[in-house]
Design a protein around this ligand. Structure first.
Ligand code: NAD
Length: 427
């Protein structure tokens, strides 16, 4: 058995390999819907995988060559769509899994996109703004033939943000010789971004968690929430949930988190994190590790940091009633069954965090119309999509006697397979 460098010894490499994680759910869902074997073969592989080497001038005059990926998993339902992440441990297997997840996610919320994902192996914390800009622009230039509003539309993900999207849009536009706003989503509002996009993933988590609470007759004001991650998804998600009336009892970032059973003032804690780059020393709560945070007794757990946080090694210690997956792939396939046996209700990533891609779709539509919506319009359309998708997956799960995750995959694969058959196979 090969051991993954970051994995607990008890876990196999297979369990923490996101591509294996995605594939085992795909295979199970495909079997349950009796997927045509030919369609199965097509959907199991990405359409295209691109690796680029990105020469970048560093501030000291050296040239560093970074490795970047873009995997386009499917174009069946529309242009490929998916974020770009910057991190030292980005790998092709990870990007491949994330690209397929985007296909299923877009299908779950029924937006007319396929799936893609990109990443650059780099350590953005150790790079200057100038270095990040030059690397981003050269990565975009290497991918010019493959990106575009009708081809593939990137968005932010871990360690990328509105500024990075602005650089991609500008580089693409310089080569096109005119401004092409719809080539990326998650841009600053001033240059074609959508109102509400920055908060969309967190807001989507809020909407689906509200529906799950309704399902279980839970009173929001008595619902204790633990959030892992303080970035776009975790930080904003926690702020919005607190505003709604939930009690946030713990929140973390990569170096650790804070816990107070009486509740945390999220805005104050995030401000402290911004100033100090750590939660350590925050007076209003106890400092805890991420491992401790995940095992806290609570009603709702929102893992909103990264993959493989809930595995066969800790799943039996998870004590929430509802698991709202903010991150992509926070739970391994092996952990799914353990959570299910414990009676934990999982709102799977491809449903729970689909608010981001939903408003990205709205941004793409607005860019193409050249007509921009009010924030309340964006939020109310997002709410309709999330609430409807939540109950569709819930109904599907009840009808077929499966858990929410497998139901979401079954629904998504069914939709993509149906559309693929309608188009016909050009083979
Ligand atoms: P981000 O970079 O804004 O924030 C990530 C947060 O997680 C930070 O607080 C960081 O300190 C923490 N973190 C990173 N690695 C960690 C680790 N190993 N242990 C504990 N904490 C860790 O990223 P984000 O955009 O919030 O994305 C978080 C997750 O949500 C990712 O899985 C991403 O793919 C997913 N996601 C993001 C969006 C979006 O719109 N941004 C949409 C859907 C899904």
């Amino acid at each position: 058995m090969t051991t993954h460098p970051y994995a607990d010894d008890a876990m196999s490499f297979k369990e923490t390999n996101p591509f294996e994680s995605m594939m085992s759910r795909f295979d199970e869902a495909a079997r349950l819907i009796n997927l045509d074997p030919n369609i199965y073969k097509i959907l199991r592989s990405p359409s295209r995988e691109i690796t680029v080497y990105i020469p970048t001038f560093m501030d000291d005059g050296r040239i560093e060559v970074f490795t970047g990926y873009r995997v386009q998993h499917s174009f069946v339902r529309g242009p490929a769509k998916g974020g770009i992440r910057y991190a030292p441990d980005v790998s092709l297997d990870e990007v491949r899994a994330l690209a397929a997840w985007m296909t299923w996610k877009c299908a779950v919320v029924n937006v007319p996109f396929g799936g893609a994902k990109g990443g650059i192996v780099c350590d953005p914390q150790k790079m200057s703004i100038g270095e990040l800009e030059r690397m981003t622009r050269r990565y975009t230039a290497e991918l010019l033939d493959f990106l575009g509003p009708e081809k593939d539309v990137p968005a932010p993900d871990m360690n990328t943000n509105e500024q990075v999207m602005a650089w991609i849009m500008d580089t693409f536009s310089m080569h096109a010789r005119h401004t092409v706003t719809a080539v990326v989503t998650g841009k600053p509002i001033e240059i074609g971004g959508s109102r509400g996009r920055r908060e969309a993933t967190g807001r989507g988590i809020l909407f689906v968690t509200n529906e799950a609470c309704k399902k279980f007759n839970m009173d929001i004001s008595k619902t204790r929430v633990v959030v892992q991650g303080s970035g776009n998804v975790g930080g904003i998600g926690a702020q919005l949930m607190q505003k709604e009336g939930y009690k946030i009892i713990a929140i973390s970032e990569i170096k650790g988190g804070i816990y107070n059973p009486n509740g945390i003032d999220v805005n104050d804690a995030l401000e402290y994190l911004k100033q100090n780059k750590t939660y350590e020393g925050y007076k209003e709560a106890d400092f805890i590790t991420n491992a401790e945070l995940l095992e806290l007794e609570c009603d709702v757990l929102v893992p909103a940091a990264t993959e493989n946080q809930i595995t066969s090694a800790n799943a039996d210690k998870i004590k929430c009633k509802i698991l709202s997956e903010g991150a992509n792939g926070p739970t391994t396939a092996a952990a799914d069954q353990i959570l299910y046996d414990k009676g934990i209700y999982v709102i799977p990533d491809i449903l729970a965090n689909a608010g981001g891609v939903t408003v990205s779709y709205f941004e793409w539509v607005q860019d193409r119309m050249g007509f921009f919506w009010r924030e309340d319009e964006v939020n109310s359309r997002l709410k309709d999509t999330m609430v409807e998708s939540f109950w569709s997956v819930n109904r599907y799960a009840e009808k077929h006697g499966v858990n929410m995750r497998i139901a979401a995959y079954m629904l998504a694969i069914d939709r993509v397979a149906y559309d693929l058959k309608l188009r016909g196979i050009y083979a």
